[in-house]
Design a protein around this ligand. Structure first.
Ligand code: N01
Length: 496
């Protein structure tokens, strides 16, 4: 697709004259598309490298997949869903929700599925966009909604390719492989591995969970919503809104605001609840000690599960804590010399969280490559904009509040902010807008300082930390985030 490149101009444009490209059709890409349309910006396309929308929920299909944010909170504010089946609904239902919402808002006509953006270059005041199939586009504004937990991290275990049976990363689940009656090994003890464990342990002959680091597990029930409750939500939408508001308050005060204050009483209560869960749920003292972390609860991303401890105590389940030495044809060899024979090996080993828009090549003003700017680690002013990359706005970019809040709430706040930046370009107030270097430096220094108070620096290794051990995530409360997102401080921007 080719578009004629107009000369940059500060004359106001109608919303339809502004060409916008959204990259990614996950939760935040679909949100951007809906909100742009609602605001009258109809000249946009959404490029998605997958063949369906949904992002995370399209890519992750492992058994037991669900969202550990309650479903009535993990919903668009303008599309609350009376029909969620559970407090924490399964992944398939979440995927169907996004597909339904997108359809209802007419987004499919804007989607370019199976189209991967490989390069965005800022030239003559516009973004020139190249796609993997050789086609091109050109836009005044690019919205990068490319996701965070997205690029599988596969450990380079010696001999991994020698394993004779099926093996795959949790985000690339091979549904052609039957687990019934098999000896199955899962590496990792993050949220993913814990969900897989509870879902598959009863289907397999032998289950081995390879744990490098134990996790604190917060018990949570996952009740079904009754038909009567769903009818009430449908008939009286105000009850649904009230439920959403109640859960938001509980989640924000009880967890989100707590993790950024390591001394908070809420964190102490979470730690106690996790300790009590371990004490009460695990019978065998040896297993209990193997499962006991030596760091504080919520230092790593907290595991939410009412079933994991029961699952790992099934007679066919085994927690392996000896380090993995190598992978052999018939299984996993641990450092104590044991060969754990397996038919299927699953790597629930997490994601490369420092990628963001990469591997897409992004080149800003004067030929500066984002990859070089991010050489020491990705950063963005308020998680949205990078100096010298004008009119490029990220949703859930680096240093955002990922991991502690409903990502949908976050994306909605971010989009409202981005829309105000777009509006400045449309109105002719400027042609190009990006955070200034000075404001970005200040923000980065402040967030590094604030990060010292968070629970993530209390003595554990996790995906929150960058290569220098500094938490990458937003280190302040959700209220502060909402305040920041209310209106751009134009002094912090370089407007041209
Ligand atoms: O990944 P993780 P995840 N040898 O990075 C282990 C979200 N999520 O996919 O702890 C041995 O948390 C690693 O060990 P260690 C949620 O935000 C949400 O589980 O580093 N082990 C760890 O145990 C979550 O936090 C939902 O010592 C190795 C595991 O692999 C995030 O996604 C559901 C290893 C990776 O854990 C990521 O979760 C699922 C090695 N070489 C996920 N390398 C919801 O419900 C890694 N490990 C929304």
């Amino acid at each position: 697709m080719t578009h004629e490149t107009p000369r940059p101009s500060a004359a106001p444009k109608s919303p339809s004259e502004l060409r916008i490209v959204i990259i990614g059709a996950g939760m935040s890409g679909v949100l951007s598309a809906i909100q742009l349309q609602e605001s009258g910006y109809d000249n946009f396309s959404v490029y998605e490298k997958g063949t369906r929308i949904g992002g995370t929920w399209n890519e992750n299909t492992y058994p037991g997949l669900s969202c550990d944010v309650p479903s009535h909170l993990y919903s668009y504010s303008f599309e609350l869903n009376p029909d969620w089946s559970h407090r924490y609904s399964p992944g398939e239902e979440i995927q169907a929700y996004f597909e339904n919402v997108a359809r209802r808002h007419g987004i499919p006509s804007k989607l370019r599925l199976g189209q991967e953006v490989v390069r965005c270059v800022f030239e003559n005041g516009r973004w020139e966009i190249a796609l993997a199939d050789g086609s091109r586009d050109s836009a005044d504004v690019v919205i990068a909604a490319t996701g965070v937990l997205h690029h599988p991290s596969v450990p380079d275990f010696e001999g991994l390719d020698r394993f004779a049976g099926p093996q795959f990363h949790s985000a690339r689940w091979d549904h052609s492989v039957s687990l019934e009656g098999k000896r199955v090994g899962v590496v990792g003890t993050g949220s993913t591995a814990i969900q897989i464990t509870t879902a598959v342990v009863d289907r397999v002959a032998e289950y081995k969970l390879f744990q490098r680091t134990p996790q604190w597990v917060m018990p949570q029930e996952n009740p079904l919503y009754s038909e009567a409750e769903k009818k009430l939500f449908r008939d009286r939408p105000e009850t649904l809104r009230a439920l959403n508001a109640d859960i938001r308050l509980l989640f924000t005060e009880g967890f989100s605001n707590a993790v950024v204050d390591a001394d908070s009483p809420q964190l102490a209560a979470i730690h106690e609840a996790c300790e009590a869960n371990l004490e009460e749920s695990v019978r065998d003292p040896e297993l209990k000690e193997k499962l006991r972390p030596n760091y504080r609860a919520a230092c790593k991303r907290l595991i939410i599960s009412g079933e994991f401890y029961a699952a790992i105590q099934r007679p066919n389940a085994n927690l392996v804590t000896d380090p993995i030495e190598r992978i052999e044809e018939s299984g996993v060899r641990t450092a104590d010399g044991t060969l754990h024979e397996l038919d299927v090996l699953v790597l629930a080993t997490g994601f490369r969280v420092d990628r963001f828009v990469r591997p897409m090549e992004v080149v800003g003003r004067n030929g500066v490559a984002l990859n070089d700017v991010w050489e020491k680690g990705p950063f963005a002013y308020l998680a949205i904009t990078v100096p010298e990359f004008p009119n490029l706005f990220m949703l859930n970019g680096p240093n955002g509040p990922v991991g502690n809040f409903s990502l949908i709430d976050i994306a909605e706040c971010q989009f409202a902010y981005i829309l105000q930046l777009i509006e400045r370009v449309r109105s002719g107030a400027c042609r190009e807008i990006a955070a200034s270097r000075e404001a970005t430096r200040r923000f980065d220094a402040e967030r590094r300082e604030a990060a010292k108070k968070t629970i993530w620096t209390s003595g554990c290794q996790s995906w929150y930390l960058d290569a220098d051990g500094v938490p990458m995530a937003w280190p302040w409360t959700f209220d502060r985030f909402k305040d920041e997102m209310r209106e751009p401080r134009l002094d912090d921007f370089d407007l041209r």
